[in-house]
Design a protein around this ligand. Structure first.
Ligand code: ADP
Ligand code: ADP
Ligand code: MG
Length: 679
């Protein structure tokens, strides 16, 4: 029997594994680096061992340090999570030699599936349909062009050792094939220390649909339905769901059977994922197999009721699978939103810093019968560092059908409070309200097609704008009440509670009057904006539990809950609601009159400067002083949180001065270069 599991990972996945181990009565050991000494996974485990400096290459990726921690604590099993050493056959072999159970598949399965070329050849052998292409190594750019022509454009150039969306390029022309071959090769070399490249057909606008498999050491393998992961950015998943809104029962069964056949070839004996892309006509093609627990495994758990980590531990311990294929029933619908520390308004640039506020929605059953689950490895006051993946949490919702799960996700995102670091909740919220997403009409091109110029926020509709204006009026009244009761002077006109105000929300203006009726407020608002279609005065019954200092505003408007986020600014609030972001000003009629006389605040002109958009290291400067650059031309590459970000010119101009060089550590908004003659 496994008695003590060391988790060779960090963050949410370490916490996830610890949770199940605890339920099973198994002791746990965490490992941690300098950056993680106060991390949640450390306090959640029974024991913790320090394994080195913050960079993963000096801690989580160093086998000897993990092996020493195993010896020190007497752990008899290791769960590798995902990433890091999870798909490293050397690591699994070393554990085998030590007589420690690896909570993952056998070494041969890891080896065969870790390589995309080798795994495709096995897939062909197992009768699994693969993306058409050239399943051999490509020597140089000339050969890449030749093969691309044979496969037929467009093609995808890929690293055989690839993972995490890295080392991949699409090519439509010979020139792009030549360039793509070189850049894939470079990226593969630096990311995986292995620059073997192959080429396959690029399937346009496919869906990413993957099958969860589960095997034991006694030859039993089953599949637990599919997950659809088509909402991706840069080939990395952002939103996943189970089941897929696209598959029919027959295709599901066919994909499941092929995934099981492929797994059987390598005697697969743990949880694993067989990834496919699926075209418009429901033809499916094998992409790769991930021989580990997948990031998005919670959606499968929510619709099958199976705890995948528990099953992995049991089969690693030699137990037979108790679940038979016929027992697997898909119940309801589950969605996962990956909440990342990245700023959607700034091209999703990673953000780091202290989580000044971190309040996820309550987990468990909701009033509407949905379920909320939030897997995380952070806490309020903790730090998002530059050393690891910028994921803050995986927020999941379950409902009896897709519509209920989507609605539950909208609400859960509304009440998720994060402050201190940039985050993508406004973006996730925007997707959850998009008709196209609600219809399930998605593909891996979804984000590129829906947000061709990047994410610029969602426009508020007139009803929501008015609702925000009314609730902000009540907030201003509460502030005034507090100020008045503090000083005890209720009659002074500055302290009087304003009941007749002018509210500006973005570009819209309202005249608002309030009256108290048994605890609620009766709010009458009239739109003052010229050209506004809804000019008529409206009466609403509103109450809010908001108190000064809170950043989440919950209210009831004619008995319907309405929730938004608010940060104080002079004369009002900056309000975020479902992907929109507006400034609200609440003024007395006299102040409003004065406000129209105020000169427009002049914003510093930074259009002649290229600013560093996040704290990071300059990888390269791609231009020289005096160069003329075109709109969209790459100027510099900045690395932050393991991602390289290319900064581009926004208009045609001349580089007048360069202030930074490769290797420089820059803070946010530091000037990298200056432009001349920009107009
Ligand atoms: P999934 O399909 O579960 O998202 P990925 O292959 O995209 O699987 O990777 C899962 C996680 O493992 C990623 O979020 C990332 O943190 C990590 N990871 C995988 N491969 C790499 C890599 N080559 N470099 C850095 N991190 C990686
Ligand atoms: P990784 O190991 O980085 O996860 P995958 O081969 O699983 O690499 O591909 C990641 C994503 O890239 C897929 O989910 C899909 O969106 C896209 N992709 C990969 N191969 C193709 C292809 N041949 N045609 C179209 N899209 C592809
Ligand atoms: Mg993949």
């Amino acid at each position: 029997m496994i008695k003590k599991i060391l988790i060779a990972n960090r963050g949410e996945i370490a916490c996830r594994v610890i949770k199940t181990a605890k339920l099973m009565g198994i002791k746990t050991v965490a490992v941690y680096s300098d950056a993680d000494k106060d991390a949640l996974h450390v306090s959640a485990a029974d024991e913790a061992v320090y394994i080195g400096a913050s960079a993963a290459s000096e801690s989580y990726l160093v086998m000897d340090k993990i092996l020493a921690a195993i010896k020190e604590t007497g752990a008899d099993a290791v769960h590798p999570g995902y990433g890091f050493l999870s798909e490293n056959k050397e690591f699994a072999l070393k554990l085998q030699d030590m007589g420690v159970a690896f909570i993952g598949p056998n070494v041969r399965a890891i080896e065969a599936m870790g390589d995309k070329i080798a795994s495709k050849n096995l897939a062909i052998e197992a009768g699994v349909s693969c993306v058409p292409g050239h399943m051999g190594l490509i020597e140089d750019a000339d050969e890449a062009v030749k093969i691309a022509n044979k496969v037929g454009y467009p093609v995808m150039i890929k690293a055989s050792a690839g993972g995490g969306g890295k080392g991949m390029r699409v090519a439509y022309t010979d020139e792009e094939a030549r360039e793509g071959f070189q850049s894939s090769k470079n990226e593969a070399k630096s990311s995986f220390g292995d620059d073997r490249i192959f080429i396959e057909k690029f399937i346009e606008s496919p869906r990413h649909i993957e099958i969860q498999v589960l095997g034991d050491k006694h030859g039993n393998i089953i599949y637990l339905g599919e997950r659809e992961c088509s909402i991706q950015r840069r080939n990395q998943k952002v939103i996943e769901e189970a089941p897929s809104p696209f598959l029919d029962e027959a295709t599901r069964a066919k994909m499941g059977a092929e995934a099981v056949a492929l797994s059987a070839i390598v005697d697969y004996d743990s949880a694993g994922t067989v990834e496919f892309i699926v075209d418009k006509d429901m033809n499916f093609y094998f992409l790769e197999m991930n021989t580990r627990l997948q990031v998005e495994h919670p959606v499968t758990e929510l619709i099958t009721g199976v705890d995948l980590v528990e099953q992995m531990i049991r089969v690693a311990d030699g137990e037979k699978l108790k679940i038979k294929q016929k027992d697997v029933k898909l119940n309801g619908w589950a969605i996962e939103s990956r909440i990342y520390a990245e700023d959607p308004y700034r091209n999703f640039l990673p953000s780091i810093g202290r989580l000044v506020r971190y309040r996820p929605p309550a987990e468990g059953k909701t009033a509407e019968g949905a379920i909320v689950r939030n897997d995380t490895g952070v806490y309020e006051g903790g730090e998002i560092s530059m050393f690891y993946d910028p994921m803050i949490a995986k927020l999941c919702t379950w409902g009896e059908d897709r519509g209920i799960a989507v609605k539950a996700m909208q609400k859960a995102l509304d009440t998720f409070e994060i402050k201190g670091v940039g985050h993508n909740i406004p973006f996730l919220s925007a997707v959850m309200q998009c008709d196209r997403f609600e219809r399930g009409d998605i593909s891996t091109n979804y984000i590129a097609e829906e947000y061709p110029d990047g994410f610029e926020g969602v426009a508020l509709n007139p009803g929501h704008t008015r609702a925000i204006a009314c609730v902000c009026t009540l907030m201003a009244q509460k502030l005034a009440e507090r100020a008045a009761s503090g000083s005890g002077i209720l009659t002074h006109h500055d302290r009087a509670i304003p009941t007749d105000v002018r509210v500006q929300v973005g570009e819209r203006h309202y005249e608002i009057k309030t009256e108290r009726t048994n605890g609620n407020s009766l709010v009458t608002s009239a739109s003052l904006s010229t050209g506004d279609s809804d000019k008529a005065a409206i009466e609403l019954e509103i109450s809010t539990a908001w108190a000064p200092g809170q950043s989440l505003v919950t209210s009831l408007i004619d008995n319907d809950p309405f929730v938004f986020a608010a940060t104080p600014v002079p004369e009002g609030y900056r309000v975020g609601y479902r992907g929109s972001d507006v400034e609200v000003k609440v003024r007395t009629p006299a102040q409003a009159k004065l406000a129209t006389l105020m000169p427009e605040k002049i914003v510093a002109d930074t259009s002649n400067l290229l600013l560093c958009p996040m704290p990071g290291v300059i990888v390269s400067i791609l231009v020289a002083e005096g160069d003329e650059v075109q709109d969209g031309q790459a100027l510099a590459v900045v690395e932050a949180m393991k991602m390289e970000n290319t900064l581009r010119a926004e208009k045609k101009s001349v580089i007048s001065k360069i202030n930074a060089g490769a290797g420089d550590n820059l803070a946010v908004d530091e000037v990298i270069m200056e432009f001349a003659g920009a107009s």
